[in-house]
Ligand binder design. Structure first.
Ligand code: MGD
Ligand code: MGD
Ligand code: SF4
Ligand code: MO
Length: 742
């Protein structure tokens, strides 16, 4: 019996429909059982009628009530009384907190200027309203520095758009019709679990599932085959696949002629990319590359699921661009179940957010934009370092001089993010957060690593307590979230916190007086594009989720119609050329490969490449403080191949020190053949303060930008590993292991 059936005839229970707010492609719709008398949520489950997420939540969000009613939920505003980072706070009233924050912001704006204020946010919630809805209005009105959302997907996004035109592709239901599925740089069972039932349906029809990943993940174990690959080398593999497909005449000449641009130039380019050459770089045997190419080109329909794991590298953008050429080359887009999916967010690209974000409140000002990956640099008082933090997503975009860096950041307002845990180059971030002259405000559910550095912490509501509208990035159903319970303690929705802050700042524009439902209704009503014809407030209220007005099944590119400048799938991209990139698919090596080549074989124990994809039970750094989930993950670990462990005297289960020129931490070794040699895997993202040595893997990661979109390069760092007895950095240095900085 479904939970809905269990509760729907119980007069003591109300069932409220909502949707998961988390940064996850699935955007599950859910139902919440609320005890009418107490107003307490007593149960929560996946909405049984959702066509994609179909009644199941993941193991993390199954614990959402535990998180919502967690004894450590922040319930009042807090003011810091101890040193920054110490986590010592006292409760204060909302009036006191808002008054003090507004006064300090006014002072900074008056003396240094509004660009000295930096909002820092990401996807704690993906809702339009509690995401950036009211916040954008507030910061636009202020003229604060802007933030480029680069920390997750930008490189791959730009690469995909270069080839396909928008981040549109296969929808999950289509995978059920595929006969060959390549899961490429995606840990589907962990990070996109609701795709898996469609993949299983395809397998029941005889489909083969192949996972291309440096790690034998739980997805790779569940698949038919794991093809191990060295991190950041996927572009070379894709070029060699195309080499074989072109050389052996396995491409779809008709589709190519009608719906692609630049085939001859591509054919010439891939001629250089023999499987042998790619094998050297990727570690995938040349013969397997050949057979994979034939399998891919001759099995119909063939689906590819690429995800963001494979683009967190120096060449991540170009790699995604290159892989995205494959379906057009073989004509896979023609059939249901053929094509590629990176994200479905591009299907929503016509959603007009002007009335929500109100860019007009900038009144012609163009504040600088900071790259969120470079928060460490952005918080520096040295203008030369700060200048590096400016967002310059393409090679042709100028890098500002120190004189153009703008004022130091004097106020940091963090919401929907935990930068002290999730940002690269943690030591640089913490140096900034520790600045006595930096005024930091954090809106949060919990006292996170970041909140410990705040001057004021403001308690925010969870998804059970507020309205929102959520755009998925793994399917085509917009979801409405209705509040199920009253706010816990004195917590307030982000929208209300910024509404009240605007009041305290003296911002009198009527948009700061709009209520939450009114804002969402206005946003829905403002949509003019035919894709939103089905999306009405009434439909959302009634069902909780609404499909975009697109045919079912949706074959976006069966007849071409790519949203590129040429209207074709662009093997050759003039837009890339104009932006300063190679116009044809090419191999951009990962930073670790460039650095390792520069170093040669000079050290006895060469550095290893470190990747840090999500732990199964956490969502980025969210849920780490939910005991039951943390217990399931055990302790922070490092997976290392036996061939790398043995020469370093690293023993399974023993503590190891992992370090590079940026930082270090101690982890427990898991010696396993489930990771490619030369690479180590550290599941993320632990709260530093809930880790045994008070640090997490972002000690090691770098602020360096990927090739496109100024994206993050979390999985492209070199590290040294040694038993923790050797942990003394001086001893390690004496061995010469630290001699080379990456
Ligand atoms: N449970 C859980 N689910 C999540 C998240 C979470 O933290 N926990 N995070 C959410 C967020 S924010 C995002 S962006 C998505 C991310 O979802 P995915 O894009 O699936 O991301 P990752 O797990 O980071 O990476 C997927 C796989 O890529 C592999 N990989 C790393 N480098 C390379 C490479 O160079 N080449 C290849 N072929 N593979 C590589 C990793 O080993 C990993 O198995 O998931 C979302 N869902
Ligand atoms: N080493 C390494 N680092 C990584 C990654 C990796 O794979 N490896 N992944 C990267 C990726 S893909 C991403 S997307 C980023 C994610 O980085 P973040 O978006 O910062 O993700 P979270 O760590 O989940 O932190 C979100 C915070 O928002 C809070 N929150 C949730 N809802 C609300 C709300 O309604 N109001 C307020 N005020 N707060 C709320 C949560 O309590 C949580 O603390 O991390 C990146 N960092
Ligand atoms: S995190 Fe993802 S899978 Fe889990 S409930 Fe939310 S949307 Fe669904
Ligand atoms: Mo992400």
């Amino acid at each position: 019996m479904s939970k809905q059936n269990l509760y729907q005839h119980d007069p003591a229970i109300a069932i409220i429909t909502g949707a998961c707010p988390h940064d996850c492609p699935d955007t599950c719709s859910w139902q919440v059982a609320v005890e009418r008398q107490s107003g307490r949520a007593v149960d929560l489950w996946g909405h049984p009628h959702h066509p994609v997420t179909a009644g199941r939540l993941c193991a993390k969000v199954d614990r959402y009530l535990e998180r919502t009613y967690h004894p450590e939920r922040l319930t009042t505003p807090l003011r810091r009384v101890g040193p920054k980072g110490s986590g010592q706070f006292v409760p204060i009233s909302w009036d006191e907190a808002l008054g003090a924050i507004a006064a300090r912001l006014q002072e900074i704006i008056a003396t240094v200027g509004p660009e000295a204020v930096l909002p820092y946010f990401y996807a704690g919630t993906m809702g339009y309203l509690q995401g950036e809805g009211m916040a954008k209005r507030f910061f636009h009105r202020m003229g604060a520095s802007q933030l480029a959302r680069t920390i997750c997907s930008e490189a791959g996004f730009e690469g995909y758009v270069a080839t396909i035109g928008a981040t549109e592709g296969l929808e999950p239901q289509a995978f059920a019709h595929a006969r060959l599925i390549l899961i490429w740089g995606s840990n589907t069972l962990t990070s996109n679990a609701h795709l898996w039932p469609f993949i299983q349906a395809a397998r029941h029809q005889g489909a083969r599932v192949i996972v291309i990943d440096p790690a034998r993940t739980r997805t790779a174990r569940a698949a038919d085959e794991w093809i191990p690959i060295r991190p950041g080398t996927d572009g070379a593999l894709a070029l060699a696949l195309m080499h074989v497909i072109v050389a052996e005449g396995l491409y779809d000449a008709d589709y190519v002629a009608r719906h692609t641009l630049g085939f001859d130039a591509l054919a010439q380019r891939v001629a250089e990319w023999t499987p042998e050459r790619a094998a050297e770089l990727t570690g995938v045997p040349a013969e397997r590359i050949r057979t994979l190419a034939r399998e891919y080109a001759t099995t119909r329909p063939a689906a590819i699921r690429i995800n963001y794991g494979m683009q967190r590298h120096a060449g991540g953008g170009m790699a995604v661009r290159t892989i995205a050429c494959l379906p057009a080359l073989v004509g896979a887009w023609r059939e249901v179940g053929g094509g590629i999916q990176l994200s479905s967010s591009g299907a929503f690209r016509h959603l007009d957010t002007t009335c929500l974000y109100r860019p007009d409140l900038l009144q012609g000002r163009t504040p600088r934009t900071i790259n969120m990956n470079r928060l460490g640099d952005a918080l520096s008082l040295d203008p030369a370092i700060r200048a590096r933090a400016h967002y310059h997503p393409r090679p042709v975009d100028p890098v500002p001089t120190p004189a153009e860096a703008g004022p130091p950041v004097m106020a940091l307002i963090v919401y929907n993010a935990n930068p002290a845990a999730v940002c690269p180059d943690q030591e640089a971030v913490l140096r900034g957060l520790q600045r006595e002259d930096l005024f930091t405000v954090v809106l949060e559910h919990f006292q996170t690593d970041t909140a410990d550095y705040a001057d004021y912490v403001l308690p925010a509501t969870t998804q059970l307590e507020h309205w929102d509208l959520i755009k998925p990035y793994g399917h085509l159903y917009l979801a409405l979230n209705r509040p199920a319970i009253e706010p816990v303690g004195q917590s307030l929705p982000n929208s209300e916190i910024f509404r009240r802050l605007a009041g305290a700042m003296g911002y009198r524009e009527p948009c700061f007086a709009q209520g939450d439902e009114e804002i969402l209704q206005e946003l829905i009503a403002a949509q003019r594009h035919p894709r939103f014809a089905t999306v009405t407030w009434e439909a959302l209220l009634e069902r909780g989720f609404v499909r975009l007005n697109l045919p079912e099944p949706y074959l976006p590119f069966a007849e071409g119609n790519f949203p590129t400048p040429s209207g074709k799938c662009e093997f050759y991209s003039q837009r890339l050329a104009d932006a300063g990139y190679a116009p044809l698919p090419t191999y951009t090596p990962p930073a670790w490969q460039q650095q390792a080549a520069e170093q040669g074989d000079s050290t006895a124990h060469p550095p290893l490449t470190c990747i840090s994809p999500p732990a199964h039970s956490f969502l980025n750094s969210t849920f780490v403080n939910v005991e039951r989930l943390r217990r399931r993950e055990g302790v922070p670990t490092l997976q290392i191949h036996p061939d790398d462990a043995a020469p370093r005297q690293v023993v399974d289960g023993a503590p190891v020190t992992v370090w590079n020129q940026r930082g270090r931490l101690t982890l427990r070794a898991v010696v396993t053949a489930d990771i490619v040699p030369g690479t180590v895997l550290v599941p993320g993202i632990w709260w530093a303060k809930l880790s045994p040595d008070g640090r997490n893997v972002n000690q090691l990661t770098a602020q360096d930008e990927a090739d496109m979109g100024a994206g993050a390069t979390f999985y492209d760092v070199l590290v040294w590993v040694a038993p923790a007895v050797d942990l003394n950095p001086a001893a390690a240095e004496a061995r010469g292991a630290m001699a080379v900085a990456g």
